[in-house]
Design a binder for this molecule. Structure first.
Ligand SMILES: [Zn+2]
Length: 423
C-alpha cells in the first residue's frame, strides 16, 4: 500500500457555501486517497512517511474544464477582436498546423509545463481535427502524471477549407482514438468533441452521439457563446426547439457525462434541461470578456442545480491560471448583479474557490476536495512572501494567494497522491 502523511494548514470547500479549514493538521493518504484529517497523529499512522509543511497551506489542485491546446501559441494575441474575426485571423490558421507532429510536440510540451506550473492538476482539453497529434497529446498527458480528458475536434462544414473534415474520416478517426485510449490510462481519457453544432453536419452529430453512447465516452462542446451564434443555429436546425435541443437530439447532452462551454445566452428551458440531464457548464469569464461575448449568469445556473466548473478557454481566454479565473468569476458575477438587481447575488469567495476545485473536479469523480475517499490532488502553497505585519486567518491568506499570488507560491503538486515533477 502507498501511504503518506502531510502536515500543514488544510483548506478546501466540501460545499460551495463555506471553507473547511484545519490548522496545523495531518492529512492521511492511502493509495492516493484521503483517509483522514486529524489534529493529532494517531499511533496507527506514526510509521507513515511524513512530509512536514507546517506554516504552509494545503489545498486541492485546480481544475480547468475547457481549453484549446492548439491555440496555446496565440495566448494574448488578437484579443481586441470579436469572435469571428479572431477565429479567422488567429485561431483557424494556427489550428491548421497540427498535422506536423514536431510542431505539435513543441507546443504541447509548453502547454503541459504551464498547466503544471499554475497548479492545474486536471484539465478537459480540445485538441485539433488531427488524429495523430491528438494521440500525441494524450500520450504526453499520460507521461506528465496530470489528469485530463482530451478530445479530437470534429468539423465537417462551415469552417476554413484546410480544417474541413470528410464526414466518414472524422467518425473513423474518432473511433480509432476511443478504442486505443479508453482503457489505456486511469487518469487520461478521450472525450467526444464536436467543435459546436454549426461546424458539424447532422450525419456527423448523429454518429458522434452513437459513439458516445456505445463506448460510454463523455462529450464536450460549446453552447450559446454569443448572440449571432444562437441565431445561426436556429437557421441551421430550424426543426430544433433551441440550441441545447440540437445536442440533446443527437445524444450529446448528458446521455454520457457532458460539458458545455460558455452558456451565456441559455434560455431558462435550456438551463433546466442541463440540470435534468446533469450537463456541466464550463464558465470562461476572461474569454467572454475578450471576445465581447457577454457574461454567463452563474448564480442562475447554481440556483437551478446545474453543475458548474471554471475554465481558461485558452486562447480566447488570456490566462491559464485558475486563481485568476476564480477572481474573474467573482468579478463577473458582480457585473451580473449590477445589471439584474438582487435577484442574482454576487458569488462569494468560497463559491468561486469551490467552482475552481470541486465544481469542475466532480466531472472526474471524487476530485477537488479533501473529504474522505477523495483523490489526493493537492497543491502546497508557500505564501510567506505575501504575508505582512497583521496576522491573517487561513481563509484570508488563501484569498490573498488567489487574488495576487502566482506560481512562485506553489511549492509542490500532487495527483492521486503522487508528487508530480516538472514535465
Ligand atoms: Zn472554447
Amino acid at each position: 500500500m502507498r501511504r503518506m502523511v502531510l502536515k500543514g494548514n488544510v483548506a478546501f470547500t466540501p460545499t460551495k457555501e463555506k471553507f473547511e479549514t484545519h490548522e496545523n493538521s495531518y492529512i492521511i493518504v492511502e493509495n492516493g486517497k484521503i483517509v483522514d484529517i486529524c489534529k493529532d497523529l494517531e499511533n496507527s499512522y506514526k510509521d507513515y512517511p511524513l512530509k512536514d509543511f507546517s506554516d504552509k497551506i494545503i489545498i486541492p489542485g485546480f481544475v480547468d474544464l475547457h481549453l484549446h491546446a492548439p491555440q496555446y501559441p496565440n495566448r494574448g494575441l488578437g484579443l481586441d477582436k470579436e469572435l469571428i474575426p479572431w477565429l479567422e485571423t488567429y485561431t483557424f490558421p494556427e489550428e491548421g498546423k497540427y498535422n506536423d507532429l514536431d510542431y505539435s510536440k513543441k507546443i504541447y510540451s509548453r502547454l503541459i509545463n504551464e498547466l503544471w506550473r499554475v497548479g492545474t492538476t486536471r484539465a478537459v482539453v480540445f485538441s485539433s481535427i488531427h488524429k495523430e497529434s491528438t494521440k500525441l497529446l494524450l500520450d504526453m498527458f499520460i507521461e506528465s502524471g496530470l489528469g485530463a480528458y482530451i478530445g479530437k475536434v470534429n468539423m465537417d462544414r462551415n469552417t476554413a477549407e484546410y480544417l474541413m473534415e470528410n464526414t466518414r474520416t472524422s467518425i473513423v478517426d474518432t473511433e480509432e482514438i476511443l478504442k486505443e485510449y479508453m482503457n489505456k490510462s486511469s487518469l487520461v481519457k478521450p472525450i467526444i468533441t464536436p467543435r459546436f453544432a454549426p461546424t458539424c453536419s447532422e450525419e456527423l452529430l448523429e454518429n458522434l452521439g452513437n459513439l458516445a453512447v456505445d463506448y460510454k465516452i463523455p462529450v464536450q462542446s460549446h453552447l450559446s457563446e454569443n448572440r449571432s451564434e444562437v441565431t445561426w443555429v436556429k437557421e441551421l436546425f430550424p426543426e430544433s426547439k433551441n440550441y441545447a435541443s440540437v445536442y440533446n437530439y443527437f445524444n450529446l447532452f448528458g446521455q454520457t457525462k457532458t460539458i458545455m462551454a460558455h452558456c451565456i445566452y441559455n434560455t431558462d428551458e435550456e438551463i433546466e434541461l442541463m440540470a435534468q440531464n446533469g450537463v456541466y457548464a464550463a464558465h470562461c469569464p476572461y474569454s467572454n470578456y475578450n471576445l465581447s461575448s457577454g457574461i454567463m449568469p452563474v448564480r442562475k445556473f447554481l440556483n437551478k442545480g446545474v453543475s458548474v466548473g471554471l475554465a481558461s478557454d485558452i486562447s480566447g481566454g488570456n490566462s491559464l491560471r485558475i486563481p485568476n479565473i476564480i477572481a474573474g468569476t467573482i468579478q463577473a458575477s458582480k457585473m451580473t448583479w449590477l445589471n439584474t438587481g438582487e435577484e442574482l447575488a454576487p458569488l462569494t469567495f468560497s463559491e468561486g474557490f469551490f467552482l475552481g476545485t470541486k465544481g469542475g473536479g466532480s466531472f472526474f469523480g471524487k476530485v477537488g476536495s479533501f473529504e474522505k475517499g477523495y483523490d489526493f490532488d493537492a497543491l502546497i502553497i508557500d505564501d510567506s512572501t505575501l504575508s505582512d505585519i497583521d496576522e491573517l486567518t487561513i481563509e484570508e491568506r488563501l484569498q490573498r494567494f488567489i487574488y495576487i499570488g502566482d506560481d512562485r507560491h506553489i511549492m509542490e503538486r500532487y495527483v492521486q497522491g503522487v508528487k508530480i515533477e516538472e514535465p
